[in-house]
Design a protein around this ligand. Structure first.
Ligand SMILES: NC(=O)c1ccc[n+]([C@@H]2O[C@H](COP(=O)([O-])OP(=O)(O)OC[C@H]3O[C@@H](n4cnc5c(N)ncnc54)[C@H](O)[C@@H]3O)[C@@H](O)[C@H]2O)c1
Length: 270
């Protein structure tokens, strides 16, 4: 199987970003740039990608999304290596719980700067590059393609959790710039979407066992499928939103959450 073009994944040193990079290479992507603030994790991901396909061109480059200079430098490296972007996945994020009275403004800024502002800085850099590129006209495609962007938001973008006001606000913000830019740039043949994962077993949640009786277990019980998701299952959503198979889809927030909101919808609680 071949997956066309150049893929960029920011937040690829761990969890969902790493699984997404692996899936793209497994599905035939041979040109990929991976970025993260954790350079150690990034080089582990690179080794794993080269095990999947030793001939893949894999560029690992440090990227701290809290720094405008770092983001711009990272995308400069993307350009000097490959000269274009076909698919971008913005994944980097942190989870800092805490109710508002106990949460410091400094922590609010840290979380917002990574999850929302940082992701927007990446999306802006990607759009600037995509708009410079001529669209391609694949045979059989109903419309030209200039590129895709897929952002990782959260179930906390669609509903609130009373111990996560800062996280929720950073994740709600992602849907704002995802949808606004999707509306503006659809006619330029750029599709921009988001996935909204539920509880996914990654280092972000710590080493929590499936049967643990913490808040995570409570959240998992709300899911129709009754289990935590795997990063590979979120990667499938990002891959689909990047692929020609989703050619008529833009501006959506795709829940990948094991049916987490069903109970509430049927009870009419939302
Ligand atoms: N795990 C879940 O249950 C879950 C649920 C909903 C949404 N999400 C979202 O999925 C995304 C990925 O999280 P994950 O679960 O894979 O966690 P993870 O901790 O495994 O991965 C997060 C990655 O982001 C990177 N990162 C953190 N700060 C950064 C910065 N300043 N610049 C660049 N990279 C930075 C980390 O180094 C790490 O590699 C996050 O945006 C998270 O909010 C996760």
């Amino acid at each position: 199987m071949a997956f066309p073009g150049v893929t960029v994944i920011v937040g690829a040193a761990s969890g969902i970003g790493r699984a997404t990079a692996q899936l793209f290479v497994k599905r035939g992507c041979t040109k990929i740039v991976i970025g993260d603030v954790s350079t150690k994790g990034l080089s582990e991901t690179k080794q794993q990608l080269l095990q999947v396909n030793p001939k893949a061109e894999v560029v690992d480059e440090s990227c701290d999304v809290t720094s405008e200079d770092s983001v711009n430098h990272f995308f400069g490296q993307v350009n000097s290596n490959f000269g274009r972007i076909d698919h971008a996945c913005n994944v980097a994020g942190v989870l800092m719980p805490g109710t508002s009275p106990e949460f410091s403004a400094k922590d609010f800024d840290t979380q917002f700067n990574i999850n929302a502002r940082g992701m927007w800085l990446c999306q802006r850099a990607e759009l600037i590059q995509l708009l410079k590129q001529e669209p391609i006209y694949p045979s059989g495609s109903p419309s030209p393609i200039r590129g895709t962007i897929a952002n990782v938001a959260s179930m906390a973008s669609l509903r609130v959790y009373d111990n996560l006001p800062s996280y929720c606000s950073s994740k709600f913000a992602i849907l704002g710039f995802t949808k606004a830019d999707a509306m503006r740039y659809g006619r330029e043949h750029i599709r921009i979407n988001a996935v909204c994962p539920g509880v996914i077993k990654t280092p972000l949640l710590g080493e929590v066992r499936d049967d643990d009786t913490t808040n995570i277990a409570e959240m998992t019980k709300e899911m129709a499928l009754g289990r935590q998701g795997r990063p590979e299952e979120v990667a499938e959503g990002l891959y689909w939103l990047s692929s020609p198979q989703s050619s008529f889809v833009t501006g959506i927030s795709l829940p990948v959450n094991g049916g987490k909101s069903l109970k509430r919808v049927f009870k009419g609680a939302d």
